[in-house]
Design a binder for this molecule. Structure first.
Ligand code: AOF
Ligand code: ZN
Length: 371
């Protein structure tokens, strides 16, 4: 069965681009579900086409985007075209199949960017649509649709989250100064951009070294987006996180997970559990791929790793960072600088995808080439 029948037009590409923009607004808020954008466009005898329904996967993952767009469209869905960033689902999960709902609503054509790799769907959504007489066009704006779905694809196809490693480094290659707490390296604009990245991630990860050096909060503190702080994860095999640090003290307000070696005793864990932290066992301290796999099995699709020196080197050397954000600042840290984990040797595996000038900082994004 070929799901592609009918040729995509320029208008198809524009509506799909709009559906992709819509999908972005819930990235990081839909749990283990992807954030899918849906537009329903009706064109009635010779009139200008009109958007009659809009939907994006709801916070928490349900209802799915199609259901919300169909709700808004009502009767206007009959004979209309639906633009969906991911193949409509075919399975009876928590909610009934969206492909059935589109057929029942009388949608005439469905334009899709990407096929859903979830084995319960994976072409079955197209089959339902076509059996119901709906014409399907696949692959429209497929490249652009990948970014907001990158976490979902990584978790479903590779059983691990899509990992972004972020590092802010001084002109002399430092990420901090030994023994002096937080050092301002990046400026205000880049810091706000980092908070925005936090808002779009399922989890923020740091090594325990960063907790000990900086006592960070790891929340999104952008006005209006404070409720988008994701899960905070500390990689802490020996459970060295101070019980009095900000992360532990605020664990009841912002979910906090400590990943600790399976050998750490129950008595040592008790105060953290009482403070509201969750704990995750690390079985092998050298097995970072296994660690990320266990995060994926918790439903975590995207991780923003705010890198320190040691864990950063390990994750980079294991090839586990899918994307890099490198903030290059003109600040000079000088003596006692802690070296960035990122070397030119690591950078060879990446291609520069974006470069922005934020105040005095240069914000660079890279993607791993062999992904
Ligand atoms: C859609 N539209 O908006 C989303 C879809 O657990 P359930 O029943 O919610 O199903 C989750 C699966 O549904 C998920 O793995 C993915 O394949 C698909 N997500 N599908 O038609 C949507 N979010
Ligand atoms: Zn669905």
């Amino acid at each position: 069965m070929s799901p592609v029948n009918g040729v995509a037009t320029e208008a198809d590409r524009r509506y799909m681009a709009a559906a992709i923009r819509l999908s972005r607004c819930h990235v990081g808020l839909t749990g283990s579900n992807p954030s899918v954008g849906v537009l329903i466009v009706a064109q009635h005898n010779g009139h200008e086409p009109k958007i009659v329904g809009r939907g994006v996967t709801a916070k928490g993952g349900r209802p799915h985007g199609e259901v919300l767009a169909l709700q808004e469209a009502g009767e206007a869905a009959r004979g209309a075209t639906a633009y969906v960033t991911l193949e409509p689902c075919a399975h009876h999960g928590v909610t009934p199949p969206c492909a059935d709902a589109l057929v029942r609503a009388g949608i005439a054509r469905v334009v899709v960017a990407l096929q859903d790799p979830d084995m319960r769907v994976d072409g079955r959504g197209f089959a339902i649509l076509q059996a119901g007489g709906v014409s399907v066009t696949l692959g429209v704006e497929a490249e652009a649709a990948k970014e907001p779905l990158s976490g979902f694809f990584s978790r479903v196809q590779h059983a691990r989250p899509y990992v972004t490693l972020k590092v802010a480094q001084s002109a002399d290659g430092a990420i901090g100064r030994a023994g002096t707490g937080q050092v301002a390296i990046s400026g205000a604009i880049a810091n706000r951009q980092t908070h925005l990245q936090r808002a779009f991630s399922d989890a923020i990860l740091v090594g325990v070294g960063t907790v000990l050096a900086d006592d960070p909060q790891l929340t999104c503190r952008l006005p209006g987006l404070e409720d988008r702080s994701p899960l905070r994860i500390v990689y802490d095999p020996l459970l060295a996180t101070p019980p009095g640090c900000k992360l532990v003290r605020t664990a009841k307000q912002t979910p906090t997970l400590l990943a600790v070696s399976a050998e750490v005793g129950e008595a040592a864990k008790a105060p953290y559990l009482a403070a509201g932290c969750r704990l995750l066992d690390i079985n092998d301290r050298q097995d970072f791929a296994g660690f990320f796999a266990s995060l994926a099995s918790l439903g975590i699709s995207t991780v923003l790793y705010e890198a320190g020196h040691r864990l950063g080197q390990a994750i980079l050397s294991a090839g586990l960072a899918d994307r890099l954000i490198v903030v290059r600042s003109p600040v000079i840290v000088g003596a006692e600088g802690v070296a960035s984990p990122l070397t030119n040797a690591h950078l060879q595996h990446y291609s520069l995808t974006e470069q922005n000038f934020f105040g005095d900082d240069v914000w660079c994004e890279y993607e791993r080439r062999d992904r």
